[in-house]
Design a protein around this ligand. Structure first.
Ligand SMILES: *Cc1c(COP(=O)(O)O)cnc(C)c1O
Length: 393
């Protein structure tokens, strides 16, 4: 039908092309309208073509897009100040993506180890974790599909299970070179699997006891998605290192690492850097996203609308054998089915909703934070019958 694609086949065949968006709606080149229930995988925090963000970016494009980190970038300082105040950290480093943020965190943990006389530092990572697709971050990832074919993996990672503090204590006793624990507050790609608050507090206590860094990957669950700025805030713990990315720029690529204490002082000139990271355009997008989240009360809205969705799904799917669990926090929601559901995304698209399926059998919802109750209702009316059908397939 069509000529061979000039694109590498990293994503397989894609049938839907989008032409533009407005608010929570995306429009296909076919002229059809779709409700965005995915935000381009937790990215489009303010939806599409938000007037405040659009105006800020237009102004910034006409002023300065890039200048490199050879120069002081006042917008970096402004954003860093906003993020440290909201996270409880003290310093920030900016890059362009989630894997870069995690790569920086991994380097930081190794350097922190070296500074304390550990020549071959180890980092504890988790089953079902996802941290990215660079060599170090795919090695930290707990999914053999992501790693397969790219061996040899980067050494220096020890793996444990989420919410199993006894296993982490065993590692503490057996591995003297551990310098950090690295986990997601809610595993996103792994299937919306939350770390329990009690577990996070136990990890914090163990890190304090051993002098380990507690590093929390908030790339997906951060930036207000769960109804708090950072998902670890629900558990009342303060990590040492916090990589973030996805939603902060509402679609303009931006990532980074927040840190406090010794971790915030670890990198010195020459240790780490980036050409694009922290550029004025990305910083403007992020500063504006943070401002709009607060001006529009989107953290409280994420909780309110998220609870509405969770409640609606639990009621509408109650008693179905094919549905194992409905779980999540704020606007990060998973519906775990008992069987894989490869055709579900296409069925939802056909019904006018963009969402995805992760870990094979978890239907994942990550709507923009501007989602309103009416959008949630619109979605539930169409999604529940589809899931019921899927559950009986
Ligand atoms: C998406 C994701 C990453 C990788 O981010 P990229 O920007 O795709 O490199 C890392 N960690 C988590 C938790 C993610 O969800």
């Amino acid at each position: 039908m069509s000529a061979p694609s000039p694109l590498m086949n990293t994503y397989g065949e894609r049938t839907l092309a989008l032409s533009h968006g407005e608010g929570v709606w995306l429009y296909g080149v076919d002229g059809r309208r779709y409700l965005d229930c995915l935000s381009g995988i937790a990215v489009s925090t303010l939806g599409h073509a938000h007037p405040v963000l659009t105006a800020a970016l237009r102004e910034q494009v006409g002023r300065l897009i890039h200048c490199s980190n050879l120069y002081d970038i006042p917008l970096q300082r402004q954003l860093a100040q906003m993020l440290v105040e909201r996270s409880g950290m003290t310093k920030a480093f900016f890059c362009n993506s989630g894997l870069e943020a995690n790569e920086a965190a991994i380097k930081l943990a190794r350097l922190y180890g070296h500074n304390r006389g550990v020549d071959l530092p180890e980092i504890v990572v988790y089953e079902n974790a996802f941290h990215g697709r660079s060599l170090a971050t795919l090695s930290a990832t707990g999914n053999s599909k992501v790693q397969k074919g790219f061996e040899p993996l980067v050494p220096g990672f020890v793996r444990t299970r989420l919410n199993d503090i006894e296993d982490l204590r065993r590692i503490a006793n057996e591995r003297p070179n551990v310098t950090a624990v690295f986990l997601e507050t809610i595993q996103g790609e792994g299937g919306i699997l939350p770390a329990r608050a009690e577990y996070l507090q136990q990890v914090r206590a163990l890190c304090d006891e051993r002098g380990w860094l507690m590093m929390i990957d908030e790339v997906q669950c951060g930036t207000g998605r769960t109804g708090r700025w950072y998902a670890y805030q629900w558990a009342d713990v303060l990590p040492d290192v916090v990589p973030f990315a996805k939603g902060l720029g509402s679609g303009v690529p931006v990532g980074g690492v927040l840190a406090r204490g010794a971790a915030a002082e670890t990198f010195q000139p020459g240790n780490h850097g980036t050409t694009f990271g922290g550029n004025p355009l990305a910083m403007r997008a992020a500063v504006t996203t943070v401002q709009v989240i607060e001006e529009e009360g989107l953290l409280a809205r994420a909780t309110e609308v998220g609870d509405l969705i969770l409640g609606g799904l639990r009621e509408g799917l109650a008693g179905l054998d094919g549905v194992r669990e409905v779980r999540g926090q704020g606007l990060m929601i998973g519906i775990e089915m008992t069987k894989p559901c490869p055709g579900f995304v296409a069925a939802a698209t056909q019904a006018g909703m963009l969402l995805n399926v992760t870990a094979g059998n978890v239907i994942r919802l990550l709507p923009p934070l501007i989602f309103e109750r009416s959008h949630a209702q619109w979605m539930l009316e169409r999604l529940i019958p589809l899931i019921r059908e899927q559950a009986q397939a």
